[in-house]
Design a protein around this ligand. Structure first.
Ligand code: BGC
Length: 828
């Protein structure tokens, strides 16, 4: 279980710590102080032996302790939010704290709490939900859990990192009310209720000012208004101006002092641009936090902590069980009866190996992640036949097997813009996208054009797919029309679309590829969709009693540094259609950070289960849910759109063409540097997720808060005060009954509407919830409290939380669109 935390709850103003910190800082020279406010060796604070401070270690983050070597991988982020369980958040926080301690980690670089505004945002899976109240309610126990183990939690990314698109150079342009009501509450709760001891600034700009030098975010709100006492660190290379960062609240530049260094700060201090007391404050914050946790006085690693923790393995399983969300269960095909399933086919790219988490800095290596295939086989034991096929080829096979008419002409130009005399060769296919085939780096600039043609056999859908590497860009033209356009991003995923071709139709193809670095890493394929799906997969599907088809995203298709598609990764739509045609008892499980496009085939499959990224025990949990060993209890923490264009942020997501501005700053080398800033206007304002759907009266495919169960629940006996004074707390209570025949958990969700507000407000907003576990026939009485904030909005004119007295309506039920109970409460 590990040793008890040195500091159970951080004590921000302990006089002893304060006196000790002041005494230590007084011993430091200005140079030493400046050294302390920059990181070292990627993941450490700077040591200062003269005052007895060793360096302290940091590690990512929300789903598992990433640092060096295998670990426990939890159902973190969006999966945790799907559990709607603050107790679980506490347990996962404690587990991460224990795992961190066992790896000598002092600062855990999580949790991430940005709002899931759009399903394509690349890091939603690391964050929580689309709702600020749900995020705020989960982040507090999570932080308390981590910090109870003597490890500092770091809430991130402050603020508005709601997309990965151009994250270093994009400005989230948001009005203050939207920020206060949607995007800041989880950070506010982390600081004011969770007493988090570190906050990480985001890469993106907010209202045209980089987060690391944003006076409004860092000084006015975080430090002055919320009273944050801890350390505000930058994201890794998210500092852009040393003096501006020093003066606007940044305490620690990570991973190294590229900007907040002596070279930049000493002259600024001498000229009065930066006060020495400003630097002292940063150093004090760091030293206070380190003293508060006793870091300098004890080893962070304790042999009583387990590096391989059986306890944490159990927490990981509990998390996946609580988060898996049943979205469709036609004809009650689920739960399956283990006794009657003799042959089961487990198919799909996410069936094996396990996919515990998404990609990027949060990716933790689990000791022995359990895949869906393994989980099902373990549960069924030797009496059942478990058949497996991946169902789809890998990308290299598609590129290799494409039959281009008369081969491909490859022209390699000695320039970056397809000019000059190219070196020309002919090839059978375009398949440089195999990492082990990358040639030695070619220092010459180059651009590469591939020209070929393709003739369709049968009429139907054909998949054209292009893939490059790193930050490369390419465009693919079909009969002269731009069909694929891979723009520059920090990372990339295969880019694809479907073409409808007639029998015998010939199309001319031109692909213009621009490697970001020397070399060539490009693949191009064109293949009939039905031919993509393996014959073996169709065969085993046709002979099985039931099929579990595991599809969705993985670390290669969803992760940090780039956004993902709303469409499923290439080939998966065709796979579902082929397998559902082969066996009507096809149950689809999804992996991914939120909603994705399932509308093409949803009516062809009887059951759909969302697993998010279920952590290392995901396969065991999926099997237990499929076979009714555990009643599904997850509820969607995001609205699940039908198509991406329906999402309220869709038209604002990429910013306004032509609205770019240029930011003049100074580079690391002291020379002037200009950045082009892309402006992302949050024109959707408060209309995020269910706020939009319930206000417009339209419906997503599956609403926020929704999730099926193998039992049924009813809500009754709502009691709410008819009148209360503005600013006081309303106590609301009601009964929840399990009206079905198996034990199960439901989430009682309470939404508040404000029909008499003097300003536009969303039709309803989540303001309280409680998860209840009930035996068949059991009733529980739930009591929830609504404080003043539950009825308030942020008034732009008054610049404060405001209540307009009058009628409010309290709605209770188990999804944002299913609230059978309602009562009026008048605030006077
Ligand atoms: C990520 C952070 C992470 C840091 C350290 C950055 O790229 O944005 O979330 O904590 O790396 O790994």
């Amino acid at each position: 279980m590990g040793i008890p935390a040195v500091a159970q709850a951080p004590v921000p103003d302990s006089p002893a710590i304060e006196a000790q910190a002041l005494a230590l800082v007084a011993k430091l020279t200005l140079d030493q102080k400046i050294e302390l406010i920059g990181g070292v060796d990627s993941m450490y604070t700077h040591a200062m032996p003269s005052i007895g401070l060793p360096r302290f270690k940091m590690s990512d983050a929300s789903v598992g302790v990433r640092t060096w070597g295998p670990t426990t991988a939890y159902a973190g982020g969006v999966a945790l939010a799907a559990s709607w369980d603050p107790k679980l958040a506490r347990e996962i926080g404690e587990g991460l704290g224990r795992d961190a301690r066992a790896r000598s980690v002092n600062f855990l670089l999580g949790p991430g709490v940005n709002i899931a505004r759009s399903p394509i945002a690349g890091r939603n899976f690391e964050y929580l939900s689309e709702d600020p109240y749900l995020n705020a309610t989960l982040v507090v126990p999570f932080i308390e859990g981590v910090q109870s183990q003597g490890v500092i939690a770091t809430v991130k990314h402050y603020a508005l990192n709601d997309e990965e698109f151009n994250r270093h150079n994009a400005s989230a342009d948001v009005d203050e009310r939207t920020m206060r009501e949607m995007y800041l509450p989880a950070f506010e709760a982390a600081v004011t209720k969770g007493h988090v001891d570190a906050v990480m600034n985001s890469y993106n700009l907010v209202n045209n000012v980089h987060a690391t030098q944003n006076d409004f975010l860092n000084l006015k709100v975080l430090k002055d208004e919320w009273g944050f006492q801890g350390v505000l660190m930058s994201d890794w290379d998210a500092t852009y101006d040393g003096v501006a960062a020093a003066n606007n609240g940044l305490d620690l530049e990570m991973p190294s002092p590229k900007f907040m260094n002596a070279g930049n700060l000493i002259p600024a201090i001498k000229s009065g641009q930066v006060k020495e007391s400003t630097i002292d404050d940063k150093v004090l914050r760091l030293i206070r936090a380190e003293l508060r946790y006793g870091f300098a006085a004890r080893p962070q690693f304790d042999p009583a902590d387990s590096t391989y923790s059986v306890l944490d393995r159990e927490v990981a399983l509990k998390g996946s069980l609580e988060s898996i969300t049943l979205l469709k269960n036609e004809g009650h095909i689920l739960p399956l009866d283990p006794a009657s399933v003799k042959t089961i086919a487990v198919i799909g790219p996410d069936a094996w190996p396990a996919v515990p988490g998404g990609g990027g800095s949060s990716q933790a290596t689990a000791f022995e992640p359990v895949s869906t295939l393994t989980g099902i086989a373990n549960l069924l034991g030797p009496s059942a036949h478990v058949l497996y096929d991946r169902g789809l080829p890998d990308l290299g096979q598609v590129c290799e097997n494409t039959h281009w008419m008369k081969g491909v002409k490859v022209e390699t130009f000695p320039s970056r813009d397809f000019t000059g005399t190219p070196a020309t060769e002919r090839r059978q296919n375009v398949n440089d996208f195999k990492p082990d085939q990358w040639g030695p780096a070619d220092p010459k600039p180059r651009s590469v054009r591939y020209t070929t043609a393709f003739q369709a056999g049968a009429a139907g859908k054909y998949l054209i797919i292009g893939a490059a590497s790193g930050e490369d860009t390419f465009k693919v033209f079909v009969d002269g029309k731009k069909t694929l356009d891979q723009v520059h991003a920090e990372g990339q995923i295969p880019n694809f679309t479907s073409l409808d071709l007639a029998a015998g139709q010939t199309v001319n193809i031109q692909a213009d590829y621009l490697p970001y670095e020397a070399g060539s890493r490009f693949g191009l394929g064109l293949i009939s969709e039905p031919e993509l799906v393996s014959e073996q997969a169709k065969h085993i599907a046709s002979i099985a009693d039931v099929v579990v088809l595991a599809i969705g995203f993985d670390p290669d298709t969803e992760g940090e540094g780039h956004d993902r598609t709303f469409t499923l990764p290439w080939g998966q739509d065709a796979l579902v259609e082929a397998i559902a045609a082969a066996n009507p008892h096809t149950i689809v499980t999804l992996t991914g950070g939120g909603g994705m496009d399932v509308h093409r085939w949803l009516d062809k499959v009887p059951a759909l289960l969302h697993t998010y990224y279920p952590g290392q025990e995901g396969g065991t949990a999926v099997a237990q849910v499929l076979f009714g060993k555990h009643d599904p209890e997850g509820k969607l923490p995001v609205s699940f759109d039908r198509i991406w264009e329906d999402n309220p942020s869709a038209k604002w997501y990429y910013g306004v063409p032509g609205a770019n501005t240029v930011l003049h700053t100074t580079g690391e080398d002291g020379k002037p540097l200009d950045y082009t800033i892309e402006h992302l206007k949050y024109g959707d304002k408060l209309m995020v997720g269910y706020r939009y759907w319930t206000t417009t009266g339209k419906h997503p495919l599956f609403p926020f808060g929704f999730g099926l169960s193998y039992t049924t629940f009813s809500f009754s006996n709502l009691q709410a005060p008819a009148t209360i004074d503005s600013g006081s707390t309303a106590t609301v209570s009601f009964d929840v009954t399990n009206t079905g025949s198996v034990a199960g958990a439901d989430v009682a969700e309470l939404y508040v509407s404000d029909p008499s507000a003097k300003t536009d407000r969303p039709e309803r907003e989540l303001k309280a919830f409680e998860k209840v576990l009930l035996q068949p026939g059991e009733t529980t009485h739930v009591t929830l409290h609504l404080d003043a904030r539950s009825f308030s909005y942020w008034s732009e004119s008054a610049r404060k939380w405001t209540i307009d007295p009058g009628k409010f309506v309290v709605h209770v039920g188990d999804s944002s669109e299913s609230t059978p109970l309602a009562a009026d409460v008048t605030l006077q």
